[in-house]
Design a protein around this ligand. Structure first.
Ligand code: ATP
Ligand code: MG
Length: 487
């Protein structure tokens, strides 16, 4: 067995456009391995929308530039294929047998994506055979399936969770592809996070190896907004909005007692986007801690000093901490307490509880100050809400991009907006690296000036962070210490 990274690279198609000065990182097409696959005129020509849009079909050669801030000339660097309906399609509508599966943790918007794939395929392309695979990847061979129609999915976007249910593990590639083949499925829509997209990539490779006329499409899902390349992931906006309720509660609690401290833990195992945006949106937060920005507790410029200062100035304070923040600190303090587990990893510790205890210990010791700390963990309450208006619109666009791509014969790709334009992105691009808050970028600086919290960085640290996050460097995906909530 070859390692996954190599397999993923095999599907990499880079086309260098020398004159235009850009590289197109293209996605596979069914005709790559089924050269004589017939094509058909797109039935959308008969759709009323067709007549009103100036140029309804996307030009096959249109690309989307990854970086659009240009110094001189046109956007160079990496481009992706633009998403959207094509003049030619590679499936006849009554030939399509689609299936949809959701894997990994819950995220607001899952049901909207399901709904819009079903309604889009049915209303735009007249597809009637759409199957829901229940319970994640293992549902292909070990669970029930349900038939999905525009009627049966009509109201599901108003509900949280996923009507198809989800799971972790259970990815047996050959059994999954057997099931796809046996059922005569020819379009597979896979909604899930980084693990799911890696799974989708190996399913695509197996399908290609067997020479099947099956399009495999991934719709990236991560509430943390940590998927590389794309502007934003669905559910993120809803999560930031819902987090406001927890922050409000913490603020009310903290403001109602003497020296009140409200601590709110938000999602973000590797990336602090939810914590950062929730803090910027709320204005009630005095300090925001994220995985990308190391911090320390004791001494000058440390967190305890800042808390004491805020309490003296203001009588109360609110602290937001992302679940992946401060992992090294936790590991260190666990080591000194001899609490390492047998294999030295996976310390089941919740950063919110840990930090709350540390703050309590600090202020109670030496009778420093009497504080009143309330800790709120809204994780599951946030994940379970239905998508808000903006995520509903966004999820609709994702679903449409996905199905137009599959109908046009593209396969082995994920969809998402790059600089505001939807594009088809090769799987390896979204699985090989993660999107992080770059603490030397403007957004984190805005947060620091909005909360007035310490940066916890020395000049030397800033230099080293600048080097680490230089544009050429993609941060490696490494497992942080697991901190409590299984997601
Ligand atoms: P979340 O955002 O919740 O972490 P995820 O998609 O990363 O979502 P996982 O539980 O890691 O969630 O993976 C979902 C599914 O993908 C599981 O069924 C798992 O077996 C499968 N999977 C994960 N990694 C791989 C891989 N490298 N190859 C094949 N399948 C994988
Ligand atoms: Mg994951």
């Amino acid at each position: 067995d070859r390692p996954m990274a190599l397999d993923l690279k095999l599907n990499q198609r880079k086309i260098v456009h020398g004159d235009a000065g850009y590289v197109l990182e293209d996605v596979p097409h069914l005709t790559d391995y089924i050269p004589d696959a017939p094509n058909y005129p797109n039935p959308l020509q008969d759709n009323p929308a067709y007549s009103v849009v100036k140029q309804y079909f996307v030009n096959t050669d249109d690309t989307v530039a990854q970086k659009i801030v240009v110094h001189k000339g046109s956007p160079r660097g990496t481009h992706f294929r633009r998403a959207g309906p094509r003049q030619k399609v590679y499936f006849e509508s009554d030939e399509v047998h689609a299936c949809i599966v959701t894997c990994g943790g819950l995220c607001p918007g899952l049901n909207t994506v399901i709904r819009e794939i079903v309604c889009g395929l049915a209303h735009m392309y007249g597809v009637t055979k759409i199957l829901g695979i229940e319970g994640g990847y293992r549902g292909f061979y070990a669970r029930n399936t349900i038939s999905l129609t525009p009627k049966s999915v009509n109201d599901i976007h108003k509900r949280g969770g996923t009507i198809l249910s989800t799971s972790r593990g259970g990815h047996d590639t050959s059994k999954i592809v057997d099931s796809i083949q046996d059922r005569g499925i020819n379009q597979v829509y896979i909604i899930g996070g980084d693990g799911t997209q890696k799974g989708a990539s190996v399913i695509f490779e197996e399908i290609q190896r067997r020479g099947l006329k099956v399009a495999v499409v991934g719709i990236p899902k991560t509430i943390d907004n940590d998927i590389a390349v794309i502007d934003k992931s669905f559910g993120f906006d809803t999560a930031v909005e819902e987090a406001q309720r927890a922050i409000n509660a913490a603020h009310v609690e903290a403001g109602s007692v003497e020296n009140g401290i409200g601590v709110v833990k938000l999602m973000g195992r590797y990336s602090g986007f939810i914590a950062m945006y929730a803090t910027l949106a709320s204005r009630d937060v005095d300090c925001c801690l994220i995985p990308e920005s190391p911090f320390y507790l004791e001494g000058k410029g440390g967190l305890f000093e800042f808390i004491e200062k805020r309490l003296k100035e203001n009588g109360h304070m609110v602290l937001v901490v992302a679940e992946g923040a401060g992992q090294e600190l936790i590991a260190e303090s666990m080591r000194s307490m001899n609490h390492e587990d047998a294999s030295g990893n996976k310390l089941l510790l919740d950063v919110g509880l840990w930090l709350s205890q540390k703050i309590k210990d600090h202020f109670s010791c030496k009778g420093k100050m009497t504080i009143n700390l309330k800790y709120i963990d809204p994780t599951y309450m946030i994940r379970a809400v239905p998508a808000n208006a903006s995520d509903n619109v966004y999820s609709t666009l994702l679903a449409h991009s996905a199905l137009h791509g599959a109908m046009a014969g593209y396969t082995g790709f994920t969809v998402g907006p790059v600089n505001g334009r939807h594009a088809y992105i090769p799987f390896y691009r979204v699985t090989e690296a993660r999107n992080n808050v770059v603490i030397t970028d403007r957004m984190w600086a805005r947060l620091l000036s909005s909360t007035n919290q310490p940066s916890f960085l020395t000049l030397k640290d800033i230099e080293s962070v600048r080097n680490v996050y230089s544009p050429k460097y993609l941060p490696p995906i490494k497992e942080p210490i697991y901190n409590g909530l299984p997601n």
